[in-house]
Design a protein around this ligand. Structure first.
Ligand code: GAP
Length: 448
């Protein structure tokens, strides 16, 4: 089992501190649907921005797009989703709960022990109708992956970007799957967000690029601060490979329920463009100016889940520490990922302190996500900030009125330094980008 953090602790922290709530809660919730609250939305943005920066911004061989969720229904015929995006489903004849056949060990219902029906294939795509008439011919689907948008836009992107192969097209967006057994909080849901890269390469170079992307993506999670011992690579066996894949690796994380997929990196061969060429009637071959050949590119696809990354990051960063005999919960997230970079905490609500504290807050807001908190004791306010992972708390006290200096307290070491207000922004920027925080810890008794 994972770094012995229980999922309930993460769910409870997420609710308590405004990271993630059950969707539609005042109506009793909606199974497997979750809303990101004020802290969660910031964390999620930061994860997506980190991915975009590494995949699009810092590379000249990848461009980004944002395609529509509803697409031409023939796409799902061509991709194989209408025929094969299915799970075998069985239903209990007594309690009517439904299960994925693969989850059942002894042919009886895991809930009540009742007899199960024969399996039948269940398509995981959500259907709806386009236009006012609900007829079979007007059926469309909510996309179950963002990938198809990159395949069908390949030609448009290639011509407008004036790039050559190898060329990557990247997208972040919502996908929908009518999962039979969603669960484990945001790990498996019916509406989720994906971060997908489709990297188009010359046939024959595909093995090299698969290897390259597996390494790149594994290292990305380490760079985000996930502990290496909680990550592993797993190669798919031949039997396990999806119908389009020539090879595939999963990056797995040690979640509380055990090792589970965080991201898949697949060699999709020339399957996708071949299928779309066939169904659309368009020639999707690439003209290679160097070799003077025309060919259908192979595609290497690193495909990760935003929500699963958020969950893994929360679990990995969660700590309970004893400080001066009391337990504090702290999220040791990297500063680039934390919802707030700084919190302004006047020592009290005293009317002499408030104007200066508000001034410091207004000064920092344009540069950093900053929050202001003057309710309850300073100790409690520190705890709240620790729980959301805020790297720096800035205290304004009566001395600040005299010397125009404030105290910065660092989340992990609990060390404190005093800096002039006019230096604050510069100091924070330096500390947020990794400059050491040199000061004597106030609480030397801290234990892990
Ligand atoms: N285009 C390939 C593709 O979609 P996938 O392995 O089915 O591959 C890729 O999905 C990633 O999307 C997974 O590794 C996972 O992170 C995320 N994902 C898939 N289904 C999910 C679900 N029901 N809930 C949350 N995340 C999901």
């Amino acid at each position: 089992m994972s770094s012995n953090v229980k999922m309930e602790k993460i769910v409870s922290l997420c609710k308590r501190r405004g990271f993630i709530f059950p969707s539609s809660e005042i109506y009793g919730g909606l199974n497997s649907c979750w809303d990101y609250g004020p802290m969660g939305v910031e964390l999620k943005h930061n994860v997506k921005n980190a991915w975009w920066k590494a995949i699009v911004q810092e590379r000249d061989d990848v461009v980004g797009i944002d395609t529509s969720i509803m697409m031409h229904p023939s796409i799902w015929k061509a991709s194989g989703h209408i025929d094969s995006f299915t799970d075998p489903l069985v239903e209990c004849k007594s309690c009517h709960l439904r299960w994925r056949a693969g989850e059942i060990n002894n042919e009886r219902c895991p809930q009540c022990g009742g007899e199960l029906t024969e399996p039948h294939m269940f398509n995981l795509m959500f259907k709806t109708f386009m236009g006012p008439i609900e007829e079979e011919t007007d059926t469309i689907y909510l996309r179950p992956e963002t990938a198809q948008g990159m395949f069908v836009d390949f030609e448009n992107v290639l011509t407008t970007s004036r790039k050559k192969l190898p060329l990557g097209i990247a997208q972040i967006g919502k996908s929908f799957r009518n999962e039979i057994t969603p669960g484990n909080f945001i790990f498996r849901t019916r509406e989720f967000e994906q971060m997908e890269l489709e990297y188009f390469v010359k046939p024959g170079t595909d093995e090299h690029w698969l290897d390259y992307w597996v390494k790149e993506r594994f290292n990305w999670y380490i760079k985000l601060g996930i502990r290496e011992e909680n990550l592993r690579l797993r190669q798919h066996s031949k039997e396990e490979l999806a119908h389009y894949a020539k090879g595939c690796y999963d990056i797995e994380y040690l979640f509380p329920m055990g090792w589970s997929e965080l991201e898949g990196i697949a060699n999709r061969s020339d399957y996708d463009l071949t299928q779309h060429a066939k169904y659309s009637g368009k020639d999707l071959r690439y003209y290679d100016g160097e070799s003077k050949e025309r060919y259908i590119p192979y595609i290497i696809e690193p495909s990760g889940g935003v929500d699963r990354s958020v969950l893994a990051l929360l679990i990995d960063a969660y700590r309970e520490e004893i400080v001066e005999g009391e337990t504090r919960v702290v999220l040791r997230l990297q500063p680039s990922l934390t919802p707030m970079k700084a919190a302004i905490l006047p020592l009290s609500k005293n009317e002499r302190l408030t104007p200066l504290a508000k001034k410091v807050y207004a000064q920092l807001c344009p540069s950093f996500m900053t929050c202001y908190d003057d309710s309850q004791s300073i100790g409690r306010r520190y705890r709240r900030q620790d729980e959301i992972g805020t790297p720096f708390c800035i205290t304004i006290d009566f001395e600040s009125l005299e010397d125009n200096q404030v105290t910065i307290r660092e989340r992990d070491s609990l060390a404190q330094i005093r800096v002039p207000i006019e230096e604050l922004e510069k100091t924070l920027a330096a500390k947020l980008s990794g400059e050491p925080f040199e000061a004597t810890p106030l609480w030397a008794t801290r234990q892990k």
